[in-house]
Design a binder for this molecule. Structure first.
Ligand SMILES: NC(=O)c1ccc[n+]([C@@H]2O[C@H](COP(=O)([O-])OP(=O)(O)OC[C@H]3O[C@@H](n4cnc5c(N)ncnc54)[C@H](O)[C@@H]3O)[C@@H](O)[C@H]2O)c1
Length: 396
């Protein structure tokens, strides 16, 4: 098939490469000219796709990036993979999805299969995409992306893929497309079910992370190790799923997607109380971390040199979107500390560069990447570990 993917970020580029590897002819459309140029020169910007792999598909013609929307016309399948953030009031911001739909309406005159992979609330495909496109009889399907950047065990091929369509023909065509590079396709009865499943999955994670974060605080106050309790509970072979505490949640999904569910819940008059409370607990974790660091450092960190180790939102990725490290650093600075950060994957961030670990009075390990120099962390005067990596030091 000739396939277009709108948006060449984490999701769009991953799908583009998956489709190219299945023999489709793929055009990756993005509004970012610099990104398009880099991709066409074989430079990947995401973990999981190497420059070599991308360059191979560019040179054999299976993949081209483009910032010209006219390339969309004539494609059999058009996949939307654009950001779905929250606005300032933490309500869904569908402006990117609307822009993608409007691009299709304007440029695509031949009927195509239009698939939405962007995460959003139930009703998005039907009301926010298909309803904006008139004059051409496209097929519409929803297949929310479940990719976990940096996960080497589960990827596009072996993660089961949900598909819901507006018509049986759309479902059949979407199954044909995804079946060419995904092992397991699960058809659900409507796009709304597929869309809701995705945000429920992420809400499940958000709520459970909040629960374990709250539990970690209870355990610490009781004078027992929360992590040891969790490990003990996880020996139960059924009815328990292990989640680990941390400094908060980050990335494009867990801090954001549940608010999409809360938004529609509110519209239909059902209060999403778990989501609200989970947001509160997770957002309060950086303050808890800093409170513990201050307490563990003799009651004041004024004038102390603090290095925050690992500023991306999770291990082995360079993604700093919504990272709790930002709040940890801000709160440490509010306490009068002189704060630097170290991250081997994030070279520069917010105009600051990664600094050395050694020489700090206090190290706060927020995110641990493979290959981190743990000895340098341990050599700091006081260590607070948010990752459960270093035995015998303070942490959560
Ligand atoms: N990152 C993840 O781990 C992940 C996992 C599952 C689902 N998702 C969802 O997938 C969607 C995309 O997320 P992402 O992480 O790939 O985002 P991203 O920010 O990495 O990439 C989005 C890309 O879309 C481009 N873009 C924006 N508007 C555009 C337009 N009108 N036309 C063409 N390109 C446009 C941007 O320039 C950017 O390159 C979101 O809904 C997200 O919630 C993300």
């Amino acid at each position: 098939m000739r396939v277009a993917i709108i948006g060449q970020g984490y999701v769009g580029l991953t799908i583009a490469v998956g489709a190219a590897s299945a023999g489709h002819s793929v055009v990756g459309f993005d509004v970012n000219d610099g990104l398009v140029a880099a991709l066409n020169s074989g430079t990947s910007h995401i973990e999981g796709i190497t420059n070599r792999e991308l360059a191979g598909f560019v040179s054999n013609g299976a993949y081209t990036a483009s910032a010209d929307a006219t390339v969309l016309d004539g494609c059999e399948a058009i996949v939307i993979a654009v950001p779905t953030p929250l606005d300032k009031a933490r309500n869904p911001d569908l402006s990117y999805v609307h822009a993608a739909a409007d691009l299709i309406a304007k440029n695509v005159k031949l009927p195509a299969l239009v698939i939405n992979e962007s995460t959003s609330y139930p009703g998005t495909l039907r009301k926010e995409i298909a309803a904006r496109i008139s004059g051409v009889e496209h097929l519409y399907a929803s297949s929310p992306e479940r990719v976990d950047p940096g996960n080497t065990q589960w990827g596009t091929k072996n993660t089961p893929r949900l598909i819901g369509g507006l018509t049986a023909e759309a479902v059949a065509k979407a199954k044909e497309f995804y079946g060419s590079f995904c092992d397991t396709i699960i058809e659900v009865s409507s796009p709304e079910v597929a869309e809701a499943a995705k945000i429920f999955e992420n809400t499940f994670r958000q709520v459970n992370i909040a629960l374990v974060n709250e539990f970690a605080q209870i355990a610490d106050a009781l004078g027992i190790s929360g992590r040891e309790v969790i490990d003990a509970a996880a020996t139960k072979p059924y009815g328990f799923m292990e989640f680990n505490p941390g400094p908060g949640v980050g990335g494009h999904c867990i801090p954001v997607d549940p608010s999409y569910l809360a938004h529609v819940a509110n519209e239909v008059g059902v209060p999403a109380t778990f989501i609200k409370r989970a947001n509160e607990v997770n957002l309060a974790m950086p303050a808890y971390v800093v409170k513990r660091v201050v307490a563990g450092s003799g009651g004041s960190i004024k004038g102390k040199k603090v290095v925050v180790v690992g500023v991306s939102y999770k291990s082995n990725v360079a993604d700093t979107r919504e990272t709790p490290a930002a709040a940890v650093i801000a709160l440490l600075r509010e306490q009068g500390a002189s704060v630097t950060w170290h991250d081997d994957l994030v070279g520069t961030w917010r105009g600051e560069s990664s600094s050395a670990i050694s020489g700090a009075d206090i190290a706060v390990l927020v995110t641990k990447h493979d290959g981190l120099d743990l000895e340098a962390v341990k050599a700091c005067g006081y260590v607070f570990d948010c990752t459960g990596t270093i035995a015998g030091v303070d942490g959560i």
